[in-house]
Design a protein around this ligand. Structure first.
Ligand SMILES: Nc1ncnc2c1ncn2[C@@H]1O[C@H](COP(=O)(O)OP(=O)(O)OP(=O)(O)O)[C@@H](O)[C@H]1O
Ligand SMILES: [Mg+2]
Length: 417
């Protein structure tokens, strides 16, 4: 039997796509199986067909774009050009996932940062890897209206205790608020032993516990009274409760609090402990972006994998940004050892600088204020979580990104900068 022509395939695919939440064009059977098995529980309808990225582009020219699209660039001589052509034909709102055969980091960055690809995996694919890396983009819904509108919520979590999560959260907030001049609040939900406020030289307030116990009290006035200013654009929200007095945190308190904070701040950076308490899990689910901090130790690696496997929230289009902190600490693993064991690249590396970090914690002046490796790491992190441009101190939506908002702006006649 003759193979269907491109236009016949297009008709078939168009019919399928009307109900497909995920459409994939893959070039080999093993990868198809890994994708099918890896995403089966997350995606109600998966349509996979055997085609190259060029063939996929020809088909998608004539059919509606799915919510999530997977394409395969294996064997392509000019994969970036092929993806650029694809970006001309898919809807800006489509989340594009890419499978290929190249393993280098620069290539990965070009895809995810410059082209706006949601995630990239290279072959051979394993179903666990597909679930972990492609799952977040498949599970995410486009940002919707409703309670959660306004600023961006970034949840910073340590893989285990003492890896530097609070240090990273505080320095990220400092950079966003004081240097990029975005209204930023560092929120510490650990009302007993949290140290986030201290790290910025800020104070804990008194209203947070009451708000968590009685979310109906949370309104703009509460935010105004409870947020403690550190500088003009940087505030902290933290508690300082006696450990003996256990707060009775109400269900939905996290949601109510974040909704109120988002109305007032461009960025809410939450220092969320990894402990499985309902409030912490609620915050992780509601964040737009998770940041997972680890140090170069075995226990950190083991827990990082566990945390990466947690279900993702509806607003999370990307997997957690992985920060390797304290790289170079005595007795620590190397970056290569960690990446090999995790079977993934870390996104941000922050060096071990005990004198700088120790002094700044004591003085309440952020380490990121001093130039060097620590500051560079925080700058990179800010760019990852907030679309901050490399060059200047302003937030820039990546208008050169073909998939996503860049395309949208072009369509409305605004040239990418
Ligand atoms: N890059 C770094 N170089 C050197 N020391 C660091 C670095 N980052 C953090 N530290 C130090 O590591 C210790 C733990 O940091 P921090 O309190 O931020 O970790 P944490 O993950 O929030 O811990 P906890 O589990 O207690 O909340 C602190 O003494 C801090 O000064
Ligand atoms: Mg901490």
């Amino acid at each position: 039997m003759a193979a269907p022509t491109i236009s016949q395939q297009s008709d078939l695919a168009a019919k399928a796509a009307e109900r497909a939440s995920l459409l994939g064009f893959i070039t080999d059977a093993d990868s198809e199986t890994a994708i099918q098995d890896g995403l089966a529980e997350l995606v109600p309808s998966i349509q996979l067909r055997r085609a190259s990225v060029r063939q996929a582009t020809a088909l998608l020219r004539k059919m509606p774009s799915p919510e999530v699209l997977i394409v395969d660039i294996s064997g392509e001589d000019a994969p970036l050009a092929a993806l650029h052509d694809l970006s001309e034909v898919v809807e800006p709102s489509t989340r594009v996932l890419v499978v290929g055969d190249r393993a280098d980091m620069n290539f990965y960055r070009s895809l995810t940062r410059d082209l706006g690809v949601a995630e990239y995996l290279y072959k051979p694919l394993a179903k666990e890897m597909v679930a972990r890396m492609f799952g977040p983009a498949c599970a995410a819904r486009p940002i919707t209206s409703g309670v959660l509108q306004g600023g961006r919520i970034v949840a910073v979590t340590g893989a285990c205790g003492g890896v530097g999560a609070t240090t990273i959260a505080a320095n990220l907030s400092f950079y966003l608020g004081e240097e990029l001049k975005r209204h930023t609040i560092l929120f510490d939900p650990d009302i007993y032993t949290g140290s986030a406020a201290m790290m910025l030289g800020g104070r804990a307030g008194t209203g947070l516990r009451l708000a968590l116990e009685t979310p109906s009290r949370i309104d703009e006035l509460f935010v105004e009274r409870s947020a403690q200013p550190v500088s003009e654009r940087l505030s902290v929200l933290a508690g300082d409760e006696k450990i003996a007095e256990v707060a009775d945190v109400a269900e939905g308190a996290g949601r109510a609090l974040l909704a109120a904070l988002r109305r007032r701040y461009n960025f809410v950076v939450a220092d969320v402990p990894s402990a499985p308490l309902p409030l912490y899990r609620e915050l992780l689910m509601l964040a737009h972006q998770r940041v997972l901090v680890m140090d170069p130790t075995l226990s950190s690696m083991r827990n990082a994998l566990r945390l990466l496997a947690l279900p993702t929230g509806p607003e999370q289009v990307r997997r957690a940004v992985l920060v390797l902190n304290r790289l170079g600490q005595p007795g620590g693993l190397t970056r290569a050892q960690i990446e090999e064991a995790l079977e993934m690249n870390v996104d941000i590396v922050i060096p071990y600088q005990p004198r700088l970090v120790g002094n700044s914690a004591t003085l309440g002046t952020p380490a990121a204020a001093s130039s060097g490796g620590f500051r560079n790491g925080i700058l990179h992190l800010a760019r990852e979580v907030a679309f901050v441009s490399e060059g200047g101190p302003q937030i820039k939506i990546p208008t050169t990104t073909p998939f996503g908002i860049g395309k949208l702006l072009e369509r409305f006649g605004r040239r990418p900068q």
